[in-house]
Each structure stands twice: as C-alpha cells, then as structure tokens.
Design a protein around this ligand. Structure first.
Ligand SMILES: NC(=O)c1ccc[n+]([C@@H]2O[C@H](COP(=O)([O-])OP(=O)(O)OC[C@H]3O[C@@H](n4cnc5c(N)ncnc54)[C@H](OP(=O)(O)O)[C@@H]3O)[C@@H](O)[C@H]2O)c1
Length: 348
C-alpha cells in the first residue's frame, strides 16, 4: 500500500513541508492499516517541527527529519495484522498513535488496534480528529493530580490554560464529575469557560494568579512552566496533587544532553514537588507525558456516544495545505486545526 505523508523536511523556526509518497509496510501483529480520513495538528507538532524533543523522541525514531507529525486518527481499517480480532476491514475508527517517524499526517498509517475505537454516530470526522491526543493527555494529567470521578466530587480544582484544548476538555470532564473548577483564562474566553462548567473564573488580565490564596485540592497547569512552582504553593493542606503538561523534560534533554538533562530534570522536578509538599503535605506531583492510553480512549468513546466532549475547530484544510494548519496552531489562533487526509477531502 502506498501512503502519502506530509513531511517536515528539517527542524527550523519556519519549517518546510513536502508531500512524500512511499511504500507503507504491512501492519505488524496487533496493528491495522488505516486509510486516514482526518487528523489534527496539535501544539506539540509545531514545537517538534522546530526541533523540540529531538533527543528523547529520537529513541522512537521520531527525532530524525524528514518525518511526519501527528497522533490523532480518524479513518477506515484497510488491512489487518496478525492477532487482530476486534476490528475488521471497513470499520470506521478513531484513536491514537504514539510518536514515530510515521505520524498520522498521512493518507495511510499503521497503528495498534488496541488504541482504536469505533467512530460514534453523529460526530464528524473533523470534530473527532481534534480529540484523542488532547483528551488522553488531559486524562493523564487528571490522574497525575489524583483526580478521578470519586475524588473530584466537591473538590476545588485550579485549571491554568482553561481555554486551551486541554483546559476546555478538563472543564468538560471535571464539571461532569461535580468538581468545583476555578478556570484561569483571558478576557475573551471567560464566557467559554463559564459555559463549560467552571464555577469560578479568573481573568488573568484583570486578576494576578499570584494573588490566589492557597485553597485548592488540585492544580492542573496547561499553560506555563514558569508559574509551576508558585502554582504548587496554591494547594491547601491535605490536597490531592498537582500535574503539569508544560514541564521542561524534553527541552532539558535537548539543551543539556543525556546526563545534564537528567540532572536538571531531577532538580526542576524536586524544586516544584517540594513547594507542593510544603503547602499541602502531598507528594503527588506529576509531569504528564502523552502516550496512547486505552482507559482514556474508553472514557472519550463513552462520552462521545452521549453527545459529550467537543473542541471548537478553527481551521480544516486538506493534507496538501498542512502548512496552513501548522501556522494556525503556532500563532495561537482560535480553534483546533484539522487535516483532511484524502485527495477528495471528504468530510463524512
Ligand atoms: N507533556 C505532554 O505530553 C503534552 C501533551 C499535550 C500538550 N502539551 C502541552 O500542554 C499545553 C496545553 O496544550 P493545549 O493543547 O491545551 O494548548 P493550547 O490549546 O495552545 O492552550 C494553551 C492555553 O494556555 C494559555 N496560556 C499560554 N501561556 C500562558 C500563560 N503564560 N499564562 C496563562 N495562560 C497561558 C493559552 O492562553 P492564551 O490563548 O490566552 O494565550 C491557552 O489557552 C501546551 O503547551 C502543549 O504543548 C504537553
């Protein structure tokens, strides 16, 4: 089977894009081949295109250019590897693929069957393509902070970056779990955060996060590493914990090499963990790192069948115009950026 990838030819501040057709290998045991319908460009893709994470992701073959980015999958099963029993050719699926040189910005990909779920009725391919990667990372962050359906009920949760992709999804999940969410966002997104169930809004242009009292059961930082140590100190005594997706793990290794990066990472993490422990007595502090996760996909699939979980789409373009989607995301424009992967650009 031939696949056409949207390749980034080399890491650069202004990366260059190229459509490359190649022979896709047969799916290995446990994998299926997908004829891709839609995928998305996430903030991580734009950072990786500039060289971010090269050293660590290089372990998975995902650091050497040229390569295709992308983790989100919406498409149709077109071939089965051995030992795949729960999918058949022709199934419409959505899901995830871990970082590799063969990212999902392509017309065809191989992916592990266990990270695919049936496409729910009534959700468009574009809407679906924006969700799996962000939803999974968000769920891993909730878990890292000690939040689940039981612990979240009545808990006071501070969400920084609440109007971003991860933040909006966290608001949707946490309000469904009856948590009391304090959302930090900018003036233009106050109403959005209210509509997603936040019980308190901090407009970061009017109120300084630094004025917040230490009163939270959990903190989720989806916005800026520089604030992380201070945010840890906003936990109340006996709090659940704190998770951040904006930690410097990959950047440390890029910048300082394996040994220097490892030492710096231990230092950075200890510094924030000890601020959290001092405030709350809790040692639960997580640096969330995306990886495909079956439990998170099950929660997403279940919610979608009930009409829940959505992110606004700001741009939908064919794979051949993928550069526009990278620009949309790297400039922080409103809404997610979706790539339609087949030449016909079908949106069924
Ligand atoms: N570690 C991992 O495996 C992993 C996985 C997924 C995502 N991430 C990272 O997690 C972050 C969130 O992802 P996302 O998809 O939600 O990104 P996003 O959609 O770009 O949202 C980021 C949000 O953070 C806000 N923000 C940025 N800088 C801020 C600051 N200094 N103070 C307060 N708010 C600030 C932005 O607000 P404005 O719009 O006002 O700027 C935006 O609402 C990104 O940095 C992403 O790269 C990490």
């Amino acid at each position: 089977m031939q696949s056409t990838q949207l390749q980034i030819t080399g890491s650069a501040a202004r990366p260059t894009f190229h459509l490359q057709t190649f022979q896709l290998a047969d799916p290995t045991p446990g994998e299926v081949q997908i004829q891709m319908q839609a995928t998305s460009v996430n903030p991580i893709d734009t950072k990786r295109a500039q060289g971010y994470g090269k050293r660590v992701l290089g372990i998975k073959g995902a650091g050497k250019f040229p390569l295709a980015m992308g983790n989100d999958i919406v498409g149709t099963v077109s071939a089965l590897g051995r030992n795949v029993t729960r999918l058949k050719i022709g199934d419409h699926v959505f899901g995830l693929k871990a970082a590799s040189a063969f990212g999902t910005h392509a017309t065809h990909v191989n992916a592990k069957a266990k990270f695919l779920r049936p496409v729910p009725a009534g959700v468009s391919a574009a809407e679906l393509a924006a969700l799996p990667y962000s939803f999974t990372t968000m769920m891993l962050a909730l878990k890292g902070a000690g939040l689940n359906q039981n612990t979240a009920r009545g808990s006071s949760v501070l969400v920084i970056g609440a109007a971003g992709g991860l933040g909006q999804l966290a608001l949707q999940v946490l309000s469904g779990w009856d948590a009391l969410v304090t959302a930090v966002c900018e003036t233009a997104t106050v109403e959005l955060c209210q509509s997603l169930g936040a019980s308190e809004i901090i407009d970061r242009f009017k109120t300084k996060v630094r004025d917040l009292a230490p009163r939270f059961d959990a903190v989720l930082n989806f916005a800026a590493w520089d604030d992380d140590e201070f945010l840890a100190s906003r936990l109340r005594h006996g709090a659940l914990g704190h998770a951040t997706t904006v930690h410097p793990l990959l950047a440390n290794f890029d910048r300082l090499g394996w040994i220097g990066g490892g030492l710096q990472t231990i230092k950075d993490k200890r510094r924030v963990a000890s601020a959290g422990k001092k405030a709350s007595g809790s040692s639960r502090y997580a640096w969330t790192v995306f990886s495909p996760n079956e439990e998170a996909l099950d929660v997403l699939a279940d919610g979608l069948t009930k009409g829940r979980f959505k992110l606004p789409i700001g741009l939908t373009v064919p794979l051949s115009e993928g550069e526009k989607a990278f620009v949309h995301v790297s400039e922080g424009r409103v809404g997610r950026a979706v790539l339609m992967c087949q030449a016909s650009g079908n949106t069924a």
